[in-house]
Design a protein around this ligand. Structure first.
Ligand SMILES: C[S@@+](CC[C@H](N)C(=O)[O-])C[C@H]1O[C@@H](n2cnc3c(N)ncnc32)[C@H](O)[C@@H]1O
Length: 203
């Protein structure tokens, strides 16, 4: 089998595995890998999931934080997974406000212990345009973290790589003690995405 065929079949296999295991998307395995590597999620945490639809990251976060924790899932699109126990907000991350979160969570958040952003722009096929749109989403997640993440908390953002990556990394390093970048195994071979894991928000 050629390389393309092999990749296609491994992606299909992962999608099938996700369906069989009850996850809304195969991207759950990316978060699982990040969680296992960096011990991101723990019982009782409050997690904000930006770009949550169809819902696999929130499904996973709900399991990890348990009943004492809280998951707030935000997306422009409807979240189709059944997220029993999560608070869902159908809105643009750029419009998200503290009062809206407080109202939706009945005062349990903000702040959050973890902010996860798997947000991705609608791709245009023009790599630079997609990259710059992705950087804007990462910057918005960083801005939300500046307002709503606890000191010492962690932020994960997905980035489509391109020329502004180093500048974005510098902005993240200014605010966080440690920065790691990861290309999870479940990432499509032809994808330009990576995840930046920023740990320990400076007070
Ligand atoms: C790759 S999908 C997320 C998959 C999700 N993590 C999961 O596991 O099911 C990216 C999502 O980002 C969302 N998104 C993009 N821009 C957004 C914005 N400005 N505000 C909220 N969500 C946004 C899209 O609607 C899309 O659902």
């Amino acid at each position: 089998m050629g390389k393309r065929g092999a990749n296609y079949s491994s992606e299909e296999a992962l999608a099938k595995r996700a369906r069989q295991e009850g996850w809304a998307a195969r991207s759950v395995y990316k978060l699982q890998e990040l969680d296992r590597r960096f011990r991101l999620l723990n019982s009782g945490q409050r997690v904000l999931d930006l770009g949550a639809a169809p819902g696999s990251w929130s499904q996973y976060a709900l399991k990890r934080v348990g009943r004492q924790g809280l998951v707030v899932s935000v997306d422009l699109k409807p979240i189709t997974a059944s997220l029993s126990g999560a608070v869902t907000i159908h809105d643009d991350a750029f419009a998200l406000e503290a009062e809206q979160i407080q109202e939706a969570t009945e005062g349990r958040a903000p702040p959050f212990d973890r902010i996860l952003s798997d947000m991705a722009p609608d791709t245009t096929g023009v790599p630079f345009a997609d990259h710059f749109a992705s950087v804007e989403l990462c910057d918005r997640a960083l801005e939300v973290a500046g307002h709503h993440l606890v000191a010492g908390g962690h932020l994960v953002v997905k980035l489509f790589q391109g020329p502004d990556e180093q500048a974005l990394r510098a902005r993240l390093r200014e605010r966080f003690k440690t920065l790691k970048s990861v290309r999870p195994k479940a990432t499509r071979s032809q994808s330009v995405e990576i995840f930046l894991v920023a740990m320990g928000l400076r007070p």
